[in-house]
Structures are given as C-alpha cells and as structure tokens.
Design a protein around this ligand. Structure first.
Ligand SMILES: [Zn+2]
Length: 324
C-alpha cells in the first residue's frame, strides 16, 4: 500500500516577506533515505504568494479599499520517491526563481509541469522552471494550448506587462499538449480532469486519488473573490457545472490556484460549497443591480472577508459600468 505522508494545509515557502522563498516547515519530498527501498511515499506541498500590488483600472477603488492587488496564488508540488509533478508556476520572474529554490529545497527534480488552464498568471513562470530543470516537460490539455499561445502573444504580453511592469519574462513559453489523461508523478500518476469553462475556457483540475487531493487551478477558489470579469450567464452556468464535476471526485483536500492566506483550511467540500454559493449570489446580485456600486455593495455585504476585493470591482465595472 502506498504510504501517505501528506498532511493537508501545511503552508510553506511564502514568496513575500523578509526571507522570500524560505520554508518554515520544510518537508523533504523526493528524498529517499539511503538504503531504503519499497513503498513509495506519495506526498504534496504548496508554494504560496501573497496578493501583489497592480495599477488600479477602476474608479474609486484605492480611495475606498486601498491598493489594487492581484490575487494570492499557489503552485503545488506532488511527488513520490522517484520524481515529482509541479502544477502551475505563477507569473513573475521573481516568483519563478523563488519557486525553483523552493522545489530544490525538497531535493526534487520535477519530470513534468502541468498547467491547469490558459491564464498567464499560472504559467509565465515556466521559463525559470525550465532553466533550472531542463528535463521537465511542460504539458497542458491539448485544447487549451491555442489560448495559452494567445496569452503569450505580443499584444497580450503588453496587457500582462501593464499589470506587472518590468517583472515578466521576455521569452514566454507555452506547454506542449498532454497525451492521454494522466501525468506521471515519479512512479505514480495524477489524473487530469477537463472541466470546461470556469473563469476561462478549457480549464482542468489535477486529481491524485492516493492523496484524496485535487489541485484545482481556477475551477475552485479558496476564500478569494472569483474572477467574473468577462463572464456571461452561460459561462457562469458552466462554472457551476465544473464545481459539480470537481465535487464528484469526492476528494478531501483541494488546493485552489487562488487561496486566501488566511483561509482556515483546504477542505474540498467547504470550498466547493462556498464557490457554488458565491456564483449563485453573484448571479442574483447582478440581476438586481444596474450600476457597479450596487453589485459591489451587495457582494461586499455578503462576503466582507474574502481576499482580493479588487477582483469583484473589476467584474462589476466590466459587467455594469465603464472602465476608466
Ligand atoms: Zn488564476
């Protein structure tokens, strides 16, 4: 039987602060003690970055709430004694370098990097990862690759560069198409589950049954405002169906691509339930609102403590107002 040494919710390697990339509860994934062979130790660990400042594009946000920020984000390392899989890899060059140092601190050589969905904030860190681990193969759903290539086109890179001036790679790369539905984790494997449109098209989650773990990308958020800018009734309905697909996996632990640093835990059922409720309440609040401020007020009253309120403001101005 596979030895399960993973303990959910151990948060190490916070990328911001006095000692970026350092780990307070270091676990040595992949490091097989000398002379020991036999049962493989499937495990996972999570690298987290706090919200980071970006220029505000909506009126009144800074005066009302404070500096505009990009949501807190995660990258997950899944491993056994024989190798590792890295899921998503953040956006800035600095984050990419810090993620490399964190992976190395586990004595891990990821054989694969899986990108869950075509949003650049989950894969612009790839060049740093591939420079440090040249044998690692970056892969994603085949149908998501065209959108990933669009994300790293000059026009889109200019947009992303506007959020993070001088902080992004000049040589972005997109993953190769995944063949089949599994990604190797050393001698084990993770399953990729396509979930359709969530906050973007061609989204997927990574399921590791042996750990009762889902790494959700943007299909599920943890105590963080969900990205609904550009959404439609159809896309929001699709997102709700995606939550059903994730729920059917019946995993205990879920690592969200965007996780509130103050979230109590990584309980999968809690997060899926909260996201279902958020989508339903957003739909109802949008229906009753005719101006951005009304939607913002309703959702803020219902969700005063979620991370990254700027995400809500962007959605409100996109769906009901005019951006400045
Ligand atoms: Zn995202």
């Amino acid at each position: 039987m596979t030895a399960l040494s993973g303990r959910p919710g151990r948060w190490v390697g916070r990328a911001f602060g006095l000692n970026p990339g350092s780990a307070v509860n270091m676990r040595m994934l992949c490091r097989r003690p000398a002379g020991q062979h036999g049962a493989m130790s499937l495990d996972f660990d999570v690298f987290v970055v706090d919200p980071k400042p970006i220029p505000s594009a909506v009126p009144g946000f800074e005066e009302t709430v404070g500096p505009a920020t990009w949501p807190p984000s995660t990258s997950t390392l899944i491993s056994d004694d024989d190798g590792a899989l890295l899921v998503d890899c953040l956006i800035t060059e600095q984050e990419g370098r810090q993620l490399v140092a964190w992976v190395k601190s586990h004595d891990c050589e990821p054989g694969y990097v899986y990108i869950t969905h075509p949003h650049a904030d989950h894969f612009l860190g790839l060049p740093e990862i591939l420079a440090a681990f040249p044998q690692a193969r970056p892969v994603a759903l085949a149908e998501s690759i065209p959108a990933m290539e669009e994300q790293i086109s000059p026009g889109y890179m200019q947009v992303w560069g506007g959020f993070f001036p001088g902080q992004l790679t000049a040589e972005p790369v997109s993953p190769a198409p995944l063949v089949g539905t599994t990604v190797p984790v050393g001698g084990s494997a993770a399953t990729v589950i396509p979930v359709g449109t969530t906050d973007t098209g061609h989204s997927s989650v990574v399921h590791v049954p042996g750990l009762s773990l889902v790494v959700s990308g943007d299909a599920v958020y943890n105590q963080t405002h969900m990205w609904l800018s550009g959404s439609t009734p159809d896309s929001r309905a699709s997102w709700a169906r995606a939550l059903d697909t994730v729920a059917a996996l019946e995993a205990d632990t879920l690592i969200a691509g965007h996780r509130n640093p103050r979230a109590a835990d990584d309980d999968a059922r809690r997060q899926i339930g909260e996201c279902r409720r958020y989508l339903a309440e957003f739909e109802a609040a949008l229906e009753r609102s005719s101006a951005p401020a009304e939607l913002i007020d309703r959702m803020t009253a219902a969700y005063p403590d979620l991370a990254n309120p700027y995400t809500l403001w962007i959605a409100a101005y996109d769906l009901l107002g005019t951006r400045t």
